[in-house]
Design a protein around this ligand. Structure first.
Ligand SMILES: [Zn+2]
Ligand SMILES: [Zn+2]
Length: 166
């Protein structure tokens, strides 16, 4: 995912909008067991401060993720903000760049890492298909969103589980 700053480079204090659309790579979601259902759409407004390039915009896509309670895959729309700073390698040495700044050579800047980072940050730590997902029955494994079973469920606090076995 690249933006081309060849035009903006010639306009200090100017700004330019970029629209990027690309298929997401499923491997970045492997840890979460998910995949991309839509292309990744990035809209950025990049500003040339004269010293560096500041970009802000949005990242949109749609993911399929397994619910952490019932394990069913569900669709999660992602719409998140992104901000990034880019510095040309030729100017980078004399300014106070931090680790967040993307240093680039020439006119092309690869923004894939911050874009996928923003998508990753937008995934909930405990993804749920619905906020009140009832999950699976711990006894028979039935999806309790689909139906009820007649299992006797003892709600044992896991901290007491050990004491029970004494
Ligand atoms: Zn669920
Ligand atoms: Zn059951």
């Amino acid at each position: 995912m690249q933006i081309n700053l060849s035009r903006l480079k010639l306009q200090p204090q100017g700004s330019e909008s970029f629209y990027l659309e690309e298929q997401g790579s499923d491997y970045i979601l492997e840890g979460a067991g998910g995949k991309f259902l839509d292309t990744v759409v990035v809209e950025l407004l990049v500003e040339n401060t004269g010293r560096m390039y500041l970009a802000r915009g949005t990242v949109k896509t749609r993911l399929s993720l397994p619910c952490s309670r019932c394990l069913m895959d569900f669709s999660l729309p992602i719409h998140t903000d992104i901000e990034l700073a880019m510095g040309s390698a030729s100017k980078a040495s004399d300014s106070e760049e931090d680790d967040e700044t993307i240093i680039f050579y020439g006119d092309l800047v690869d923004v894939s890492t911050p874009v996928f980072g923003a998508i990753f940050m937008a995934i909930p730590i405990i993804p749920l298909c619905q906020t009140d997902c009832r999950g699976l029955c711990p006894v028979c494994g039935i999806d309790q969103n689909q139906g009820n079973c007649s299992c006797i469920k003892q709600e044992i606090d896991p901290r007491w589980e050990k004491l029970k076995n004494l």
